[in-house]
Each structure stands twice: as structure tokens, then as C-alpha cells.
Design a protein around this ligand. Structure first.
Ligand code: ZN
Length: 300
């Protein structure tokens, strides 16, 4: 059935209600928003700039997916027991009705019984391409993500099978039109794209990264403070704590330990971090000085 006929048959306009007294707009039982495309475009731009292309793309795909699912429910409700393919065609009509894009189905191989699906759609007047090009100019990637998400959500809910649409041509990457192709998720070779439809927990990831940064910062700070002293064992940490306490006081310190454990390195650290750091550090090899000369050597 031609699209215009479908629109008349299901009379979408009659399901749109403006309840201005209450500040609500309703499309059947769905609360809708009439908002500035430029405001949504500004949000979209900020998402891309703050989260990077991949994360922003995933969020926008999922936002569109949600919207497509709601509309599939609405289409089913409006059309009751109409011909599945006619009902299916309401999706592009709803998308146009909501002011997002004019969508024309160019290919639809659907086997309702076997659950096989292959669809292609051409888009004209994509709000998202306009907004993206305004913000970033023409680049090298298709960018009508909310729209591709919408088509995926609509068909997935309608078909009861996870179907994913991907934009194959887009004004945003210099093509002369935008067009999408859809098929069941598992049939896509590019599974990285399919994964974008699954929510990720960005908040948890940020918190984990923050913990990691503060722990690295602490380690770095600690290591800087330790200078040449390197060690992580409990015994080392105990010795280092004592050393830190000794550095702050005028007491005499006797370092004992086998040859090669680093007594002199500890002594240097202690001198450097004590109030005597400005004075010279004098190393004396006691065993090289005869017993009866050591006193005059040290104290004159
Ligand atoms: Zn596009």
C-alpha cells in the first residue's frame, strides 16, 4: 500500500494531542517533546567532544533504538491486525511524522515465518546529518546515529529479533545521500558495531580509572620521596618508616646490616631529608683507620 494511503488509513495526526494547559504533548499514550533541533544538536556536539566519537555514537544509537522501539509498539497498537508489511511501513511514516527524516524503503526481503530479514532504506532531509555537518563539517564517517538506532529499534521490536541497521552512505562523509542497510545482528561481520547497541557502564569505568589514577599518583609520590631507596617488602617499609621518623629528629642513628643491603644509601637519604641537609655528608671508613687514631680523626 502506498505510504500516503497508510498515513490516511492510520490517521497519525488524530493521535497527536497538544495539552497546552498542562504543558504536555501526546502521541497516543506516549509523551512527546517538541524541542529545538539546534538544542539537541548542541547536546550531540558536546557528547562527541567530551566522550569521543565512539562513546557518543553508542549513546546516540541507543537513544534512537529506544525511540524506535516505542514507535514499533505504537504502530502495532494503531494498526491492530493489519497486514504485517503494511504495519511495518508505518515506521518510516512515524519517523517522518516526528520531523527526523524522510525515509523510503528501497529493499525489503522479509520472511515472517522463518524470521529472515534484509532491509534497505534511503533517507532524505536527515536532521542529524544537517546538525553534524553544521558542527563538524564533512568528515570520513557516517554520522546519522540516532536515526540508524531508531530503524534498528523499530525493526527489532516489530520483528522480535535483534536487527541492526547501519548507515552505508551518508552526507556526513561526502556521499550524495544517506542510506541504511539492516539485517539480524549476528549476520553482521562488523560485530564491533553491533556491540555499540549494548549499554556500557561508563560511570563504573570512570570510577575505576579515578581509583587507578589516585593509586598511581600515591605510588609515584611515595617513590619520589624515597629517592634511591627501592623496595616493597614489609621489612623495607618498616625500616623506611623508622628512617622517616628519624629524619625529623636530632637523634643519632645506627644502621646495622650485612654488606650490600644499602646502609649507605639509607644514610644518604637520612642526611638529605634531615635538618642537616645543608651541611656536608662525610663518609668515614672506620675499619681503614687504626684504633688509636679514630678519636682524633673524628673529633680533632
Ligand atoms: Zn547520514
Amino acid at each position: 500500500m502506498p505510504a500516503q494511503k497508510l498515513m490516511e488509513q492510520f490517521n497519525l495526526r488524530s493521535h497527536l494531542r497538544f495539552n497546552i494547559e498542562e504543558g504536555n504533548i501526546w502521541l497516543d499514550e506516549n509523551r512527546m517533546l517538541l524541542l529545538h533541533a539546534s538544542a539537541l544538536g548542541a547536546l550531540r556536539k558536546e557528547l562527541i567532544q567530551s566522550l569521543g566519537i565512539q562513546r557518543a555514537k553508542a549513546l546516540l544509537l541507543r537513544m534512537g533504538f529506544e525511540s524506535g522501539q516505542r514507535d514499533a509498539e505504537l504502530a502495532r497498537k494503531l494498526t491492530g491486525s493489519g497486514e504485517p508489511y503494511d504495519v511495518f511501513q508505518i515506521g518510516p511514516q512515524l519517523h517522518a511524522f516526528e520531523g527526523l527524516v524522510k525515509a523510503t524503503i528501497t529493499e525489503a526481503e522479509i520472511d515472517w515465518e522463518r524470521g529472515s530479514f534484509l532491509g534497505a532504506v534511503d533517507w532524505q532531509g536527515s536532521w542529524e546529518a544537517e546538525s553534524h555537518i553544521q558542527a563538524f563539517g564533512v568528515g570520513d564517517e557516517a554520522a546519522c546515529w540516532t536515526l540508524a538506532g531508531y530503524a534498528s529499534g523499530y525493526v527489532t521490536r516489530f520483528f522480535n529479533r535483534f536487527v541492526v541497521f547501519r548507515e552505508e552512505q551518508c552526507l556526513c562523509c561526502g556521499d550524495d545521500k544517506c542510506s541504511i542497510v539492516g539485517k539480524p545482528a549476528e549476520e553482521w561481520e562488523d560485530q564491533e558495531y553491533v556491540k555499540l547497541f549494548k549499554p556500557d557502564n561508563i560511570d563504573r569505568e570512570i570510577r575505576e580509572l579515578q581509583d587507578e589514577v589516585s593509586s598511581l599518583r600515591e605510588t609515584l609520590c611515595h617513590q619520589r620521596g624515597r629517592g634511591d631507596l627501592v623496595g616493597e617488602s614489609q621489612a623495607f617499609r618498616n625500616a623506611f618508616n623508622l628512617l622517616e621518623r628519624a629524619a625529623d629528629s636530632p637523634i643519632n642513628v645506627l644502621l646495622l646490616g650485612e654488606t650490600g643491603v644499602g646502609k649507605e644509601v639509607f644514610a644518604h637519604w637520612l642526611h638529605k631529608h634531615s635538618s642537616r641537609a645543608e651541611n656536608p655528608f662525610v663518609a668515614v671508613n672506620c675499619s681503614a683507620i687504626p684504633h688509636d687514631l679514630i678519636e682524633s680523626e673524628l673529633f680533632g
